[in-house]
Design a protein around this ligand. Structure first.
Ligand SMILES: Cc1cc2nc3c(=O)[nH]c(=O)nc-3n(C[C@H](O)[C@H](O)[C@H](O)COP(=O)(O)OP(=O)(O)OC[C@H]3O[C@@H](n4cnc5c(N)ncnc54)[C@H](O)[C@@H]3O)c2cc1C
Length: 401
């Protein structure tokens, strides 16, 4: 790709992963963001790297590719330089594994069926007998009806992980321009050849729309709207605790909540410890545009579900709550590939609640597609010209700055 000029629009974890792959392949990469690295959704979520919540299909294949890449990528970042070493450490890679717990008999049956289907797609999903669950998670509810251990699930610190990927992209020659907003596109001969920013004109051979939940609004500014919208999520953070939760633990109805597109609030319990000792308790899913107000009733519902999984958390103080906007596509699949309406424009977006985990696989997939090489996973399901992506919307109305 030597000589190819690429501009990545967005310095979240997806933009960072794409910039890294393109820069390491020899492209002259510029990353432009109206804020700074990892300033938006990437620093407003959790850091789960999951295969456990995905059924057989294209998203699971991308998750499996990403899970395979994560440790290798972070090792490469660490080996590049002293700065890379520090950055990779800050990613806090932790292959702790996940445990999914059902608390009803219907939930137990659904979990068993789901795990069966995942095993057929190569996921390690091992049923846990009650004693084994108690040994793995001593504080989990005794009222469970089934549990499955997913040894491949892992965790990163999201802003740290994005910074590590971006550090590596910069080490490979990429340039970062923060505080610069992309306002419009320049089209010549039917091709996107430039973007106008608050700082001037940026010309390139290809542009990657990695603007997360603002990808729909940004694509509309460039003349090729895509159906990516915000889906709000809220998380509770406890004061630092002695070791209480040892895996990423969530309740079996989480998968149903992820797959639902309902506008009204969905909550499910996702509990994990962090290296600093705080527990992260998530999460909710609401389609409320870019309304960033915390809602006590949503936080209460999240807390109540977490207590069903870990009754002992009732005595643990919550020190803060935060939220962010997942980049949502109506069919729950990311958008990765060339825009057939506007040559020169590529999209890498719409990862909803899985963009941290899926980032490194997305960057690798995008690189293969840009080079016209056979992709490492089938990319057909992520293509831009599918109904969920191309339906018309007034994205500008939803945009906030
Ligand atoms: C509560 C919650 C929990 C989550 N938990 C997990 C989890 O456990 N695991 C997981 O994998 N994922 C999780 N996610 C999802 C994950 O955070 C996202 O999928 C991911 O961060 C999306 O990254 P991104 O780079 O696409 O978007 P962003 O991080 O939002 O980056 C987009 C960037 O584009 C920039 N931008 C936008 N418009 C413009 C413009 N016009 N000009 C210039 N720059 C622009 C923004 O400033 C921003 O920096 C969670 C999300 C939430 C909200």
């Amino acid at each position: 790709m030597n000589g190819t000029r690429a501009v990545v629009l967005g310095a979240g974890i997806i933009g960072a992963a794409c910039a890294r792959e393109l820069a390491l392949a020899g492209a002259a990469v510029t990353v432009v963001d109206r804020g700074g690295p990892a300033a938006a959704t990437t620093s407003h979520g959790e850091g789960n790297v999951l295969v456990s919540d995905k059924g057989p299909g294209p998203e699971l294949a991308l998750a499996q590719l990403s899970r395979e890449l994560w440790p290798t990528v972070l090792t490469q970042v660490a080996e590049r330089s002293a700065e890379g070493h520090r950055a990779a450490q800050a990613a806090e890679w932790d292959p702790k594994g996940g445990i999914v717990v059902a608390t009803t008999s219907a939930g137990a049956h659904a979990l068993a069926r789901f795990a069966d289907s995942q095993r057929s797609a190569g996921v390690r999903a091992e049923p846990l007998a009650p004693e084994a669950l108690r040994e793995a998670e001593p504080y989990v509810t005794r009222e469970h009806t089934a549990a499955v251990h997913y040894g491949e699930d892992a965790q990163v610190q999201p802003a740290g992980a994005a910074t590590a990927l971006l550090t590596d992209a910069l080490a490979a020659g990429a340039a970062l321009r923060g505080g610069e907003e992309v306002c419009s596109g320049v089209v010549r001969g039917g091709r996107l050849t430039g973007v106008r920013t608050t700082h001037g004109l940026l010309e390139a051979d290809l542009f990657v729309n990695a603007a997360g939940p603002w990808s729909g609004a940004l694509a509309a500014r460039l003349g090729a709207p895509v159906g990516v919208e915000p889906r709000r999520g809220d998380v509770l953070v406890t004061t630092p605790q002695p070791p209480t939760v040892f895996h990423k633990v969530y309740d079996a109805d989480y998968v149903g909540s992820v797959g639902s597109g309902e506008e009204e609030s969905q909550t499910s319990a996702v509990v994990e410890s962090t290296r600093a000792g705080s527990l992260l308790i998530g999460s909710s899913r609401r389609r409320v545009g870019f309304d960033d107000r915390l809602r006590p009733e949503v936080l209460s519902a999240v807390a109540a579900k977490a207590l069903r999984l870990f009754p002992s958390l009732a005595r643990v103080p919550v020190m803060r709550a935060y939220g962010g906007f997942r980049p949502y596509v109506a069919d729950h699949l990311p958008v990765i590939g060339a825009d057939p309406r506007l040559p020169g424009l590529w999209h890498a977006s719409g990862h909803e609640g899985a963009g941290i985990g899926l980032s490194v696989g997305t960057g690798r997939l995008l690189l293969h597609l840009v080079r016209g090489e056979p992709p490492p996973v089938d990319a057909a399901a992520f293509r831009v010209d599918r109904p969920a992506v191309l339906r018309p919307r007034q994205y500008q109305q939803q945009e906030t700055t």
